[in-house]
Design a binder for this molecule. Structure first.
Ligand code: ADP
Length: 478
């Protein structure tokens, strides 16, 4: 389950999450500490200011409102947990709140360097235990008391740090809990996400292994439209086409061996019969003629297979030249003269112009026209009509071979260009055909970037057509 991509993803994402949260934690703790301390200092300063104002009245008017000072002191005590000390301008103690024990203090105790700014009218914020007078380190805010433009005294407000630290700690814990929750949620989300990415990859790997082992029926379930799903889809398509190819390969071998076996069997049978003396001498030539036909069929089969496989494996290079397609059609049709006459067929040749030069591989196109005419003659009953014509369409010459033959059913039209495919009904007419003629036509035209079209009605006839590039300047005609 924990394959390597999954682990990498998980480690990476968790690493990023951990680093982000640690940084966030550090920043947050600094901000919280700073904020709470600043807030406490601000409160103490505010209280210090008010108390200093009351004290200054004593120096200015000789009277002091102890009640108000006490009230401020109490408030400082209650809300800020702070004690108060009033110092004279020589830093000796003038008064202090009851909760602070100054029995250890002497005249010099407050004469400290950190309190020096008070005498210059500056507010002092510091932490310390005032030479051991306080039982622990505390937060001290000193506020100068001004009277007639001189510093007459100072107010020290002393607040417990322990209680501030406690508040900070509580905030830390709350923040840490939130971060922990974020880590848990993040972990679960990352786990689900990483799994959703790595699981299809794992499945694909498994399927690819099985496909490469020959199990082409394997498919991957893919939902969604991300890159991984696209990859799964491509793999499925690949498996599909491999499956198709494998099926075709098997069919091809089955057909090929069948077509190879039957003529060989009959050749063997006739030769055996002649050798055994089972054939009367006057019939020997007749049977040898059949043997000859069969061997011709075999060599045609072998040639067709070689042509097809060479072409399909792109072993064939086109030898393009410019030639007159009308001349080629005429020459090819001439080769069928005997059969046309034997079958009492009418042959029409209709050409667009006197000459229609095209750029193509002459030999291949000859083979295409030959196969089309051969079929037209084969599948047209006696007295029928064969027409071969050329017409022009933009920069193309359209070549058509038409017949008034048996036609091809819409269902068979889908398959007749496949290798070894022969329509069952035609078998009677065409014992010699190997079902490769139209495959070669299609393949040779594909090499020319062209294709063959068929229009056919059963019992009426068929028209096969294809297009070739018109040559602008005919340089040679044959
Ligand atoms: P073959 O070499 O056996 O003729 P093809 O590939 O040339 O094989 O043709 C495949 C099948 O297509 C033929 O067996 C025949 O059934 C059908 N066919 C081809 N041409 C025609 C045609 N002009 N009229 C009717 N059927 C045809």
């Amino acid at each position: 389950m924990f394959n390597s991509i999954f682990r990498k993803q998980l480690t990476l994402n968790l690493g990023i999450l951990a680093i982000s949260l640690i940084l966030l934690g550090i920043v947050l703790s600094q901000v919280i500490r700073g904020y709470l301390t600043d807030q406490r200092v601000a409160f103490l300063e505010e209280a210090g200011e008010k108390i200093a104002l009351e004290v200054s009245k004593y120096y200015e008017y000789g009277m002091i409102d102890t009640q108000r000072i006490n009230l401020q002191g109490q408030m400082a005590r209650q809300y800020l947990n702070a004690s108060m000390i009033l110092l004279n301008d020589d830093m000796s103690v003038f008064a202090n709140s009851a909760d602070i024990d100054l029995s250890n203090a002497n005249k010099e105790s407050f004469n400290l360097e950190e309190f020096a700014p008070l005498t210059q009218g500056k507010i002092v914020v510091t932490r310390g235990d005032i030479n051991g007078i306080l039982e622990e380190k505390k937060l001290i805010v000193g506020y100068p008391v001004r009277s007639n433009n001189t510093i007459a005294a100072s107010v020290l407000l002393i607040s417990s740090i322990a209680d501030l630290e406690k508040t900070i700690m509580e905030m830390y814990i709350a923040t840490a809990l939130c971060l922990l929750l974020a880590v848990i949620l993040g972990f679960v989300l990352i786990l689900i996400l990483s799994k959703s990415i790595s699981e299809p990859l794992r499945q694909m790997n498994l399927a690819a292994k099985q496909i490469s082992g020959g199990d082409y029926a394997q498919r991957i379930n893919s939902v969604g439209r991300d890159e991984v799903s696209q990859l799964a889809l491509s793999l499925n398509n690949m498996a599909e086409s491999l499956e198709q190819q494998e099926k075709k390969r098997r069919e091809f071998i089955a057909n090929f061996s069948h077509d190879l076996r039957s003529p060989l069997t009959s050749v063997r049978g006739f030769i055996q019969a002649i050798m055994d003396g089972a054939v009367p001498p006057e019939k020997t030539n007749h049977y040898l003629g059949i043997v000859m036909d069969e061997t011709e069929r075999l060599s045609k089969l072998a040639n067709d297979i070689v042509d097809l496989s060479e072409s399909e494996m792109r072993g064939i290079e086109l030898k393009e030249s410019v030639f007159d397609i009308n001349t080629l059609i005429r020459e090819t049709a001439f080769m069928f003269e005997t059969r046309i006459v034997e079958k009492n067929l009418v042959l029409n040749l209709n050409f667009a112009d006197n000459e229609n030069p095209v750029t193509a591989d002459r030999e291949k196109i000859h083979r295409v026209i030959y196969n089309l005419l051969d079929n037209a003659i084969k599948f047209t009953p006696e007295g029928g009509e064969i027409t071969s014509e050329t017409s022009l369409a933009n920069d193309r010459v359209v070549v058509t071979v038409k017949d008034t033959g048996i036609g091809v059913s819409p269902e068979d039209q889908k398959y007749i260009f496949d290798r070894f495919y022969k329509v069952d009904e035609s078998r009677g007419e065409d014992k010699k055909g190997n079902g490769l003629g139209l495959s070669i036509v299609r393949e040779f035209l594909r090499l020319h970037g062209s294709s063959v079209k068929l229009e056919s009605i059963q019992g009426v006839g068929s028209a096969f057509s294809f297009e070739l590039k018109t040559a602008r300047q005919p340089t040679s005609t044959v």
